[in-house]
Design a protein around this ligand. Sequence first.
Ligand SMILES: CSCC[C@@H](NC(=O)CCC(=O)O)C(=O)O
Ligand SMILES: [Mg+2]
Length: 368
Amino acid sequence: LTLDGVELRVLHIPLVAPFTTSFGTESVREVIIVRALTPDGDGWGEIVTSAAPLYSSEYTQGAWDVAQRFLIPALLDAHTVAPEQVAGILEPFVGHRMAKAGLELAVLDAALCAQGRPLGQYLGATVDRVPSGVSVGIQRDPQALVDTVAAYLDEGYVRIKIKIKPGRDIAETAAVRDAFGTIPLQVDANSAYTLADIDTLAELDRFDLLLIEQPLAEDDIVDHATLAGRLRTPICLDESITSQKAAADALALGAASIINIKAGRVGGYLEAVRIHDLCRDAAIPVWCGGMLETGLGRAANAALAALPGFTLPGDVSASNRFYARDIVTEPAELVDGHIAVPTGPGLGVEVDPVALDDFTVERVVVRR
Ligand SMILES: CSCC[C@@H](NC(=O)CCC(=O)O)C(=O)O
Ligand SMILES: [Mg+2]
């Protein structure tokens, strides 16, 4: 399609409650919304960085800069660009995968809307709704965690994931198991441990968890393989899996037996499908992770999670898990423990221009 320009907006959206992980607490989501301006209509995307580089090296102002000075000019120089060409055009620029993913999604949305084609159908979705899990932040104490989990279970979430970190792991997991019995339960450490913590991590084996997500550092592939040899609980990688190649290497080394797929982390939804295909051929279960997306990214994640290899419930929760107000007119809603895959063309959701403006703190349009 012909790209006339790209609009970027930085949004500050308050969270319904602070979200605490092993690397910090977020109360306001700072996210970039991308709008591809084309003669056939606009396309929308989302750059899922946070304000600070604590989950990965990317952060919002860095994405804002690299998109404006390098990535968007490269796409505008190409003049006509197909969604499948975006990653190749941006390949010379190293890293900045979340920035690239947001731009690719906006081009993909514009192209699919012009064709009247739903994103799910384009990616290979085989179901029209996906089971919804929820990610629970670190709470004040185990009892507060139990109360929070109880509320999510009452809403109908089919799988619980709790954040852990050293000192906030065994008691928390035990409290949830004692309170709710054999519910589908997993933990996410966001790289808070090292091999020196192997005895603590081995203690988690008694809780019959679905998986332990990213216990060690992003580049600790060999140490994750060592840990996998000592634990009964499957290891799932998140931060470490930055591409299809990284997934292949991690599987070859035995560093993981389950993979959390996030389109932003791997550079886009097309690379995410390539990881899905690799894992499906290797009989490795995958599930769709989350980056606190607005209704735009959430709609795209629901479409991705509908592919056949996504055999574990993901973190595609309802919009109201994080936000009292969304920037789309149909926020994702939990119905019988599932999130519907949008059926309209492209992302299948409409941006609410008033909400978008209310949350916008910075805006720029880059034209050819
Ligand atoms: C902004 S960093 C959050 C990363 C974290 N994401 C979640 O816990 C799920 C958040 C969500 O439901 O969108 C993860 O490591 O999996
Ligand atoms: Mg994670």
